[in-house]
Design a protein around this ligand. Structure first.
Ligand SMILES: NC(=O)c1ccc[n+]([C@@H]2O[C@H](COP(=O)([O-])OP(=O)(O)OC[C@H]3O[C@@H](n4cnc5c(N)ncnc54)[C@H](OP(=O)(O)O)[C@@H]3O)[C@@H](O)[C@H]2O)c1
Length: 218
């Protein structure tokens, strides 16, 4: 599949690019073509140094990649995603769009700040054309650990969508990442529960001197 990673130059994007490149054609996207090309080259070098397979890794501007992609991963901070998507609406048709976006702010501690729709995923679905299948996943995965492709991640990933086929596809993509277990989290209206866990995990990590906490259901 062709996977476009919007915000592909950022922290969590790198891990997805490195891990999915073994089976998929990755479009590393940015607002600036130079940044996109540089990041794609860096990711290719990492894979080559580690002797890992790369089916395809190309740097593109956000708007040029979407039309060509089967899957679009939104890997952009909440503060920028809405305006960005509004500008990019004409590029979308029937792609699967994965949101891992968490609206949160920091006062003394991190706090979940959902929009009036109830979650970032529901707000994003409202902006995108009707044919687009929005799936929410990966909110509780550590960017640092994800970016080490040889590392096995012992986390669960709750996947929510109102489109069952799109949800199955994203659950399969989750399984392709070493030791991530996808769990069916129901419809998109449940996304707020996974989104809200992220600031909670960060606060737990800070309070307890831990890092890279994730979720595992036993
Ligand atoms: N980091 C984590 O551990 C983690 C874990 C789970 C979920 N998430 C979620 O994943 C998303 C990305 O997180 P991140 O930590 O990777 O973010 P980040 O590194 O701060 O930003 C990712 C990329 O987004 C683009 N960007 C930044 N501001 C933007 C704006 N105003 N408009 C459009 N594009 C903008 C930038 O790319 P260009 O400048 O190249 O365009 C940047 O490299 C967030 O929604 C976050 O909630 C993160």
């Amino acid at each position: 599949m062709k996977i476009a990673i919007l915000g592909g130059t950022g922290s969590i994007a790198e891990g997805f690019a490195l891990r999915w490149a073994a089976k998929h054609d990755i479009l590393v996207c940015s607002r600036e073509i130079d940044r996109a090309v540089k990041a794609a080259e860096e990711y290719k070098d990492v894979l080559s140094d580690k002797g890992l397979l790369c089916c395809g890794m190309t740097g593109c501007e956000n708007e040029t990649a979407i039309g060509d992609a089967d899957i679009v991963l939104l890997s952009v901070p909440y503060q920028g995603i809405l305006q960005m998507l509004k500008n990019l609406v004409p590029c979308f048709k029937e792609q699967i769009v994965i949101s891992l976006v968490v609206p949160m702010k920091k006062n003394k501690w991190f706090e979940y700040t959902p929009p009036r729709q109830g979650s970032a995923a529901l707000e994003i679905r409202e902006i995108l054309p009707k044919g687009v299948k929005v799936v929410s996943a990966f909110h509780n995965v550590s960017a640092r650990k994800l970016a080490q492709p040889e590392l096995s991640l012992d986390y669960d990933v709750v996947v929510c969508s109102d489109d069952e086929d799109a949800k199955k596809t994203v659950m399969e993509l989750t399984r392709e990442i070493k030791n991530l277990r996808p769990l069916d989290g129901g419809g998109l209206s449940s996304s707020y529960m996974s989104e809200s866990l992220t600031p909670f995990l960060i606060n737990l990590a800070i309070r307890n001197g831990l890092s890279d906490l994730g979720v595992k259901f036993l």
